[in-house]
Write a protein that binds this ligand. Sequence first.
Ligand code: AGP
Length: 594
Amino acid sequence: MCGIVGYIGSNEKKNIILSGLKELEYRGYDSAGISVLSNNILSTFKTTGKLINLENKCKDFNSSGFGVAIGHTRWATHGKATEVNAHPHFGESSSVVHNGIIENFLEVKQLLESRGKIFLSQTDTEVIVHLFEENLKIYPNHLEAFKNTINSLIGSYAILLITKSAPDRIFYAKNGSPLLIGASKDEIYFASSSTPLIGLIDRVCYLEDGDIGVMDTKSFDNLKNIQPMGGEKISSQKDGYRYFMEKEIYEQHKVLKDTLRNRILDDDIILDLPDNFEDDISRIYICACGTSYNAGLSAKYLFEREAKIKTDVVIASEFRYADPIMEKDTLFIVISQSGETADTLEALKLANKNNLKTLAICNVDNSSIVREAKYSLLTRVGIEKGVASTKAFSSQVILLWMLGIYIAKKKSLISIEQVRTQVSNIKASIEATKVNACIHDRLKKISKRYLHGHGFFFIGRDIFYPLALEGALKLKEISYLHADGYPGGEMKHGPIALADSELFCVSLMPKHLLYDKIKNNIQELSARDATICIVAQEYNDIADDIVLIDKFNSYMEEFFAMMIVLQLLALEISIRLGNDVDMPRNLAKSVTVE
Ligand code: AGP
């Protein structure tokens, strides 16, 4: 989603901002722009499409000496993805970038228009810069004018503003959208996530909601909660794979071992949680969005069957406004790959306000969700660049599975022997994510049969139902074909009305869980002439197509082996359709607006 980078210093500002924006590129955007203020000249460049267009547009522009600069990648919310709607938005002598949504922008805009201001764009953001310039006429102090501007806004925002009459500083505000400030020797950097700043700064400050201020090269030390920030820039490469998504599918069996690292000792599970963590937990509430929600739903089956703990799972955007009943004996788990998803973050804040024990399962340390949660466990699978989540999903399921067993053991709900069995099952399940080249070849081949039709149903039962949801989500995200996930037994309650030979049913048929039940459900679809693609360990004659996975001894190994098949199937269909696998249309990697 939208990305922000800012810079104060003497190095080539254009290059710094452009390379910072490049680091945020994988998150998804549809236009981009930069403003550079140096030697009393404020220059702004904006384009639609990829950053390469912006680079070309400003290739002859250089800014020597000291100055300030801001840049932005925009994922359209208010107004189409046009050049004029791209950020930065400018007034007579100031320029602004903004992530989030200004909810009262229409009222502010009308007020400003009544005072003669002319608006160029359809965005909510443009009001900020005009209001600031109006306020400058009333408050000669820049910071006071900026604070008054921010205080008139309702909504979520991370804002950077530069203005010609204060050429050595950047004004900033944060509420609900992430923003951080970093410093190296004589330079100050801003960004909406730490990724663009790794290797450039040695200290960082993650701003809190409500922070409003101004920064020059001398004021960084006045910030609260400054932390050291090390690390070298590790630019993630495709390593010979065609897409990041493909690489991320293939590396799961390796990176999932990092999810386990130091958490399994002598066939026991040790998690970095306080000793009495399990006290007062008699039920679990899981809250997340998208793929993370599907991982949560998978965990419900594991928590209830394997760990004997009552569990509810809810989509974060639904939870927030449903006046949920929050009982004190609840462990409230949020799951998020990015740690920045606005709905999940707000749901977490609500749970904290209600004094629940909150725990984040997340892949990004120091993200807003990790910082907000009382406890956190990192999935540790490295940066995920493909917008369609793959390794994030598998790591979330593995970590949640371990968590369930850990709590059950501490509460004496299961025996040491059962813990041992689960640990070996977890290890075997990770092995099951290793891509079998023959299966991948088979998927490359059969994908050509699934490029048309009027839609896909992915069906499964029990924990294979959330996996079916995830398979359908993967496919629709990157193929733009209609796909739905359903519990196998639910088809005859409505969806089966769609069955004909142009309806593709990808059916998950594990040998070790409810085999006969799902077989019946598939037969019902086959009898109505639906085209059936079965994923199973053994040949079956109901199938029009069959993808055989390796032989496994447990349903969770089958779960992870089938997950790989679904991820690869989506990938191969998307490639055949000529889509941008890693950056599919309309999607963003980090969804920072509600
Ligand atoms: C996954 O393929 C999607 N891109 C999307 O559903 C994602 O899982 C969702 O937006 C939640 O993101 P998070 O895990 O970063 O919170």
